[in-house]
Ligand binder design. Structure first.
Ligand code: NAD
Length: 286
């Protein structure tokens, strides 16, 4: 099975690195020539045309910033996709876009699967991501050996679009936890407890989360802010959360408040900053 990757940034580049280290010969495309050069240096073949890539691949992994870019790209490459090809969209995207791309794929006899990921560039580079999968189970089964090379865990969550909906739900919680842990760290300080001592306590108790166990020790308290996931991408995901709750008329007053804090962060934290810097918002009005 010839594998191609379109979008070789923090996550796509990490997946390319892992697959190459595990012996796969990849064909890569990215709109940035600098990024393509990096892919060449790790041993991938590159092409400057996404249509050329799909003509030569059986499995195409997408890792693109947002749904609109996925949609536009699919419009360009669709006529060149061979019957039977599997497109795996690992971007964090919109469920409706995914469902519609999957319908188009069915008509043209290829497959479109949603497989958004968690774990960040570290996990992409070490083959330890978690992937939430939506789409045809038999198609997913066919690519499971490849998925096993780039993930520690894959979870099937339902039909087309379900993977992206579940990923948005996951990131709504991550966005909320970042704000809430920031606030309790501030409370701990006021009570004379250092952030480290407070988190040691919380992480031994029922209030712990991925954010308290991983993000705060790794990227916040030491001031490194180098997780590889940006404010711009997390604000996009928070917006996707709001769009999804609005679409299904699900009331989420707590999340709406959290979302307004992420929206406000736009004024002081540019898109290219690390998403963990939302911590700084908790200190803003002190
Ligand atoms: P990134 O910005 O580092 O990489 C995106 C890549 O896509 C860039 O190299 C860019 O040049 C390329 N690109 C943009 N438009 C293109 C086009 N039309 N054709 C080809 N290439 C194009 O972003 P990332 O952090 O790797 O994130 C990719 C996706 O994965 C996003 O949807 C993000 O939300 C999701 N995600 C990111 C992380 C993380 O920690 N970074 C974790 C989980 C999920």
């Amino acid at each position: 099975m010839q594998i191609g990757i379109i979008g070789c940034g923090n996550m796509g580049g990490g997946m390319a690195n892992t697959l190459t280290k595990k012996g796969k010969k990849l064909l890569c495309f990215d709109s940035s020539l600098v990024t393509l050069e990096k892919m060449k240096q790790i041993g991938c073949k590159v092409t400057n045309s996404p249509s050329d890539l799909v003509q030569n691949c059986d499995l195409v992994i997408l890792s693109l910033p947002k749904a609109k870019i996925v949609r536009d790209l699919m419009e360009v490459i669709s006529p060149d996709i061979k019957p039977g090809t599997i497109i795996l969209d690992t971007s964090t995207s919109e469920p409706d876009t995914t469902k519609s791309l999957s319908e188009t794929a069915k008509k043209a006899h290829y497959h479109f699967i949603d497989g958004p990921v968690s774990g960040g560039p570290v996990a992409a580079n070490s083959g330890t991501m978690t992937m939430l999968l939506g789409g045809d189970k038999n198609v997913i089964k066919a690519i499971q050996p490849t998925l096993d090379l780039i993930t520690l865990k894959t979870v099937f969550v339902g039909p087309s679009g379900a993977g992206h909906a579940a990923k948005i739900a996951n990131n709504m919680l991550c966005a909320a936890n970042l704000v809430l842990v920031s606030e309790v760290v501030k409370l701990g300080n006021a009570c004379g407890i250092s952030p480290e001592d407070l988190l040691n306590g919380i992480n031994a108790g029922s209030g712990r989360s991925g954010v308290s166990e991983v993000n705060f020790p790794k990227w916040v308290l030491n001031g490194s802010y180098n997780s590889g996931f940006t404010m711009g991408l997390m604000r996009k995901d928070v917006k996707l959360g709001l769009e999804l709750t609005n679409k299904y008329a699900v009331t989420t007053p707590a999340f709406d408040t959290i979302a307004s804090i992420w929206e406000e962060s736009n004024n002081s934290l540019p898109d290219n900053k690390d998403f963990n810097e939302i911590y700084k918002m908790s200190k803003k009005n002190d």
